[in-house]
Ligand binder design. Sequence first.
Ligand code: ADP
Ligand code: MG
Length: 594
Amino acid sequence: MSLIKALNEDTISQISAGEVVERPSHLIKELVENSLDAGATEIEIDFDQGGRFVRVKDNGTGIAPNQMSLALARHTTSKIQKIDDIWKLNTYGFRGEALASIASVSDLTLISGQKGEDSYKLRQVFGKEEESVSIGESKGTKVIIRSLFENTPARFKFLKSEGTENSSIKTTLKALALSQEKISFRVLQKSKLLYYWPAQKNLLQRTAQVLGKKDLYFTEETKGAYKIQAVIAPPHHTLKNRKSSWFFVSDRWIESRVLQAGLMSAYRGLLMHGEYPLAVIKITGPNDEIDVNVHPTKSQVRFKDSSFIFKLVESPIRRLLETAPWTKKIISASSLKKEENLNFSNYEFKKTNWPNKKQEYSTKTLSQLAWDKESKNLEPKEESFKSIDYKIKSEQDQKISWAHLQILAQAHLTYIVCQSDHSLIFIDQHASHERIIYERMFQSWKKGNVEVQNQLVPFVLDLEEGQTSALLELNDDLKKLGVQLESLSPYSLTINSYPPIIKEKALQEGLLFLAKRRLETGDRFSFERVVSDLCATLACHSAIRAGKSLNLEQMRELLKQMDEYPLSSFCPHGRPVFVEYPISRLEKDFGRIV
Ligand code: ADP
Ligand code: MG
């Protein structure tokens, strides 16, 4: 072992630079955060060469001439004075490390001036002061970084390709803009304008602006001293990785397992495996309950009470999702402006009125689609057509519903084809029925009022050792689900009653699944989650199959039932229940509009 020696200042700074500015996007984050801490309302960022060149300019308070070289020294900060101050912090920075670290591994120029005073320019090349002059610049600060990591070739080698670094920079800048919606950002790449995000009034607008999305929904809630704001996209706009979810705590962009778990739990049953929601979530809370000093790049925080935070995220987002606001746009019949074609007569379309605010309308068409129940093919039978009037009252405040859609046909014995005023809508009959059964069972289980049917002849379920007792342990919960079990032998149970909505085979499979889950997960077993999975399995086996011919009344009944459950637009496994084909797209496809 060689002798222990103190490291020199240069080496200390370069080591710390490795932590603080592991890659150029971190450096940009530090510079922009400094601008925000200085009260800037307008920030301009220019970058090139994957961030080896960076220029950040702000209109903040600026730095006094005699403080310029202090700003570049290590452990010098204007933001805290003692460690306890970090519990009442209202700035991003507090360690006084960023500028010094960056200066030690780059050619850095700092130009800064306070209101009504001369500006100064200070240049340090790899930590050595080169130049310090007074210049006549306006208020604010400009930091220019060149030749990043040129004096530390080993670090330089760790940089990814220019393209990858650029995309990490863009993501970081989007996050910074999302974290501060009231600040204007101009982003240039190679001096060419890349993004211009002028100040916005709220998070919803900012999210739409920065992420370029339109179909977004907002919710907020205050719980005690905590507040959450969330912007989400509908569950059918998902991405294949977690990067689609943005989390902010005290305006800091962070990674967080708790927030991620709360978000995923809110979307339960709405996403397919490997899908992630598009969401922007912001939490604020008491500074002394959120530790921001747990990570070198400040990209994580620690909460005093994580399960509270989990619920804080999960509840309002789940509630918002349960109102399924996106379906309103799709199935709305209230935005009708003009006369539309919606009437069939002997397979021919004629002009018909859609309901508007004052009128009643009638279509004689729906009955024409009534098929012979026995019919196995798609051809409607002429003689089964009866002309009846189907009336919808147009009311001032028309209820938006699936039942209001006009049913046109059943395609491939699987999809119900409907239309609204502006779309064709295809509904998967199995997925839709599955969701209805699932919701019915799960909600009745929650309320403890499941409809039960006693079996005249109880059926017997044969099981393996352990499975029998695993199920008997869940007897009370199963009773709530309407399933009454009795022990017959160590390897079998009798089922004396169960809800009529479940088919016998589905129940057998469901119980077996439950027993296996119970044995696998043991004590760390969340019954609600398992019942939800169980209901999904039961629903899947009990729902109408694809390939079954439905008559008009059955289709209409299904649509009516969809109205009872807000999340009816997704099957319990997260598959979509419907697909929309806007008429505008049809018009484009046919070259009617360009
Ligand atoms: P920290 O932000 O943790 O205090 P930095 O090294 O990032 O540490 O910055 C050191 C100091 O330099 C800050 O505390 C601040 O006083 C000053 N400073 C840095 N950037 C700016 C800026 N854009 N405008 C005004 N002052 C700045
Ligand atoms: Mg800082």
